[in-house]
Design a protein around this ligand. Sequence first.
Ligand SMILES: C[S@@+](CC[C@H](N)C(=O)[O-])C[C@H]1O[C@@H](n2cnc3c(N)ncnc32)[C@H](O)[C@@H]1O
Length: 323
Amino acid sequence: MNIHVASRPAKSRPEDARDAFAADVIAGLTRHPRQLPPKYFYDETGSRLFEQITRLPEYYPTRTELGILRDHGQEIARIMPPHAALIEFGAGATTKARLLLARCKIGAYVPVDISGAFLNGQAAALRADFPDLAVHPVVADFTAPFNLPRAVQDMPKVGFFPGSTIGNFEPHEASAFLRGARDILGEGATLIVGVDLEKDEHVLRAAYNDEAGVTAKFNLNLLRRINRELDGDFDVAAFAHHAVYNREQYRIEMHLVSRTARTVQIMGRGIAFRAGDSIHTESSYKYSVERFQALARGAGWIPGTTWTDPDGMFSVHALLARK
Ligand SMILES: C[S@@+](CC[C@H](N)C(=O)[O-])C[C@H]1O[C@@H](n2cnc3c(N)ncnc32)[C@H](O)[C@@H]1O
């Protein structure tokens, strides 16, 4: 299989990735408030759990965004230059890209994801389902610069960033990401971004506190991953999943809250928790269409068409790279 491992050379070896993970975990758990980067949710188990989340009745974003892409597929197809390379940041299960691939004349598809094993499985499935499509998966952390595969360098580029993954960034990080994407995609590029919208708090809270407990499992998998990969000894059952809406900041916050006082060992280092101590594991910012367009404008993109669903739950934005 044709896999491109594209992060900067210093991050491309598994032991470097483990060192970076260890450094981020120790730094995040020893500062106050404690916080871990959400990108570490996505080992293979985390990617599978996220897929289960997308099918939950309470989790409206995936089915709503898919509805927008279906309802406005023809208009979206019209803004895609023929035979462009479609570059998806954080491709996951590639469900939304499949919709575009079925409707548009795409020259090549470049799914980019940090979750390497899961990505490679999805790329193999895509090749089987779209035998004429050139698929070039790239295992990379999209918060750092990376190179696109040589095969697509001369093609027109369309970036695709669905799932409101942009909402997991702090606003200044979202702005940095948009600037970086502009550099990677180049002049003349289009970027299609899915952005979750502000809405009734009850709907938001339910989406991150599903009855089946899958979001809790996804959140707690981060501690299991630390135990597996960093010689940790978290007692996972001693932590509770909390998801709350922070109205002032327009964001859902996910936390893991320690039920007990205990010192946890990670790579031989002791980190003390008191009962009630919290680790902030993810934010999911909600935007208005105008606030997102202002963010995009400030990061070098010209807002084009924005599509929303009839209930105004979710938005899909077409952005054009400013010269
Ligand atoms: C919220 S999921 C969205 C998945 C899919 N695009 C969708 O719309 O359902 C975020 C995806 O981005 C990937 N991801 C998260 N942080 C990343 C990073 N820093 N670099 C590359 N991929 C990342 C995850 O592995 C996951 O597949």
